[in-house]
Ligand binder design. Structure first.
Ligand SMILES: NC(=O)c1ccc[n+]([C@@H]2O[C@H](COP(=O)([O-])OP(=O)(O)OC[C@H]3O[C@@H](n4cnc5c(N)ncnc54)[C@H](O)[C@@H]3O)[C@@H](O)[C@H]2O)c1
Length: 264
């Protein structure tokens, strides 16, 4: 392994499962020092133990938890080079049935919390010295989704809106933070085989009266690259966005979806 992230420090939210966990494994293999944060503190602690890294239990919807999580990074390293702002939830529901509570729950985690995590980290990043050997002070990476595109998914109206909002917030941050030499970019996964998609399949098949697994089969059937996506498919992009190779790139949203959504 090339160890492209030797000694870089990174905080990953939603690190106990799926895409966050895959990114944690890969970033660690590339030499990064990690703080793994998750609502599921035991899960984050277990993975951190396996990887020889640190963990913190945090519910990113709570301001006090965000502060404690960000404090933990600065207490450990006195700085933070990379944020992987990845925690998220989903709900499958027809547009006409989404309630105010449904809307608020999805937005609270996927957009509101992602915004305030970004803000808490950026407030400190602007005051730190550049990353050793780099012209940048820090790199913000957010996990959005292809659901942010093509008018969203029919059964994911609020989720799609939250991810479109996250792309927007990331781009505003990219503008505002560019003079401080901090970049902000989004990863947009397609349909990834993680516990989140197990939930989507369970809820969607129940709604349609299909066999379990049928929604996943239909969603992944037409993928141009010919196989379903796994969490590890995102890790090359995560390493690139965390590394010096992407230093001149900001305000972008990059799809990694096997070709499901081509173009904008
Ligand atoms: N799986 C997909 O197909 C897919 C596609 C596009 C985007 N995404 C996005 O990727 C990200 C990761 O999803 P995944 O598929 O790995 O899901 P996952 O359910 O496997 O993992 C999500 C993690 O986030 C954590 N989390 C949830 N709410 C939290 C909170 N309030 N505070 C702290 N942690 C919290 C969970 O405990 C879990 O460990 C999410 O933002 C999701 O929206 C997933």
């Amino acid at each position: 392994m090339s160890r492209r992230l030797e000694k870089r420090t990174a905080l990953i939210t939603g690190a106990a499962s799926g895409i966050g966990a895959a990114c944690a494994r890969r970033l660690a293999a590339e030499g990064a020092r990690l703080l793994l944060a998750d609502l599921d503190g035991a899960g984050a602690e277990k993975l951190a133990g396996e990887l020889g890294q640190a963990s913190v239990q945090a519910d990113v919807t709570r301001a006090a938890d965000i502060e404690r999580m960000v404090d933990a990074a600065w207490e450990r390293w006195g700085r933070l080079d990379v944020l992987v702002n990845n925690a998220g939830i989903v709900q499958v529901k027809p547009l006409l049935e989404i309630t105010e509570d449904d809307w608020d729950r999805i937005m609270r985690v996927n957009l509101r919390a992602a915004f305030f995590v970004l803000q808490a980290v950026a407030r400190r990043m602007v005051r730190q010295a550049p990353i050793p050997g780099s012209e940048l002070r820090g790199k913000l990476i957010h996990t959005a989704s292809i659901a942010a595109y093509r008018g969203g998914q029919p059964l994911l109206g609020h989720y799609s809106a939250s991810k479109a909002g996250l792309v927007s917030v990331s781009r505003t941050a990219a503008q505002v933070l560019a003079p401080h030499r901090i970049t902000s970019n989004c990863m947009c996964p397609g349909a990834v085989d993680t516990p989140m998609w197990k939930q989507i399949d369970a809820d969607w098949t129940t709604l349609e009266g299909w066999e379990r697994g049928e929604a996943w089969k239909r969603r992944t059937a037409g993928i141009p690259l010919g196989r379903p996506e796994v969490a590890e498919d995102l890790t090359g992009l995560a390493v690139f966005l965390a590394s010096a190779d992407s230093d001149y790139m900001t305000g972008q949203a990059v799809k990694v979806d096997g070709g499901l959504v081509m173009g904008d």
